[in-house]
Write a protein that binds this ligand. Structure first.
Ligand code: SAM
Length: 255
């Protein structure tokens, strides 16, 4: 196996049945204790190509990470990515996991504690809307998190990432996106719900989760994400993976 390949993903999380029962009223989706408990099952059954997203993140991060610098995972949830990155990134790189959900960070700490990583991971409960957290970074990972940042503040958050990266550092960004063509948008969303059905979610679960995410997850179009990255200063921006309305990108801060 090449050096950059992390071990295969495995999850022992309980099955995600958060939206299985028809609920009264409209509740916005929250990354709370109930979500944290089933998150690893939810994400593998809800995100297309999730294991390939993690694998390519490891590949890129291993090549961009520099000893003596920091690697951040923004919106680290239960630390799945940091645990995948640990065996493939040089031990001289410090890992920082950031999430504004204390329940996610509790779960992340417990998973990392029992996995026996090669380094100590610094976990921070912090809101990306509020503070500049990035310094001396060679790699910033942001998987399916920018889409939860309020559009008005998105450019400021991405600017802070750029400012906190060292020259030749990279941002690895994964986002759910919306399409300019309403026809393609409708089709891509249908294919996505078909994928969720294939992964065992019922029509009720799919519909209720969609409603819960409506005011919380605001996707940008591919060209908006690309423009945002260039606007804050990233010189090289490339798409690395694409599945209909999901895309992974790498953006490099070149001197
Ligand atoms: C879809 S999950 C990320 C999945 C994870 N990166 C992975 O690869 O499995 C989004 C995460 O971002 C966190 N989040 C959302 N808004 C945030 C904010 N403003 N500041 C910090 N974390 C945030 C949520 O608590 C959640 O854990």
């Amino acid at each position: 196996m090449p050096d950059h390949d992390p071990p295969p993903l495995s999850s022992t999380a309980p099955r995600d049945e958060l939206f299985a029962t028809p609920a009264a009223g409209n509740n916005d989706f929250r990354f709370d204790q109930k979500t944290a408990a089933v998150f690893d099952d939810m994400v593998t059954r809800s995100v297309p190509l999730y294991d390939e997203i993690q694998r390519t993140t490891c590949e890129l991060a291993a090549d961009f990470a520099v000893d003596g610098s920091n690697l951040y995972d923004l919106g680290c949830s239960t630390a799945t990515t940091l645990m995948m990155l640990d065996p493939v990134v040089s031990p001289g790189v410090r890992f920082v996991g950031v999430d504004n959900s204390p329940d996610m960070i509790t779960k992340a700490r417990s998973k990392v504690g029992s996995a026996g990583l090669t380094r100590i991971v610094d976990f921070k409960v912090a809101d990306l809307h509020d503070e500049q957290l990035i310094e001396n970074a060679s790699v910033v990972v942001m998987i399916l998190t920018l889409q939860f940042i309020r559009p008005l503040l998105r450019e400021r958050v991405v600017q802070r990432i750029y400012d906190g990266l060292n020259d030749n550092g990279c941002l690895i960004l994964v986002e759910k996106q919306t399409m300019e063509s309403s026809l393609l948008n409708r089709l891509f969303i249908r294919y996505y719900y078909d994928l969720k059905a294939r992964h065992g979610y019922s029509a009720v679960e799919i519909a209720q989760k969609r409603e819960a995410l409506e005011n919380v997850l605001i996707p940008y179009r591919p060209e908006e994400n690309r423009a945002l990255l260039h606007q804050v200063g990233f010189r090289h921006v490339e798409e690395t993976l694409r599945w209909y309305n999901f895309a992974a990108m790498v953006a490099v801060k070149a001197s």
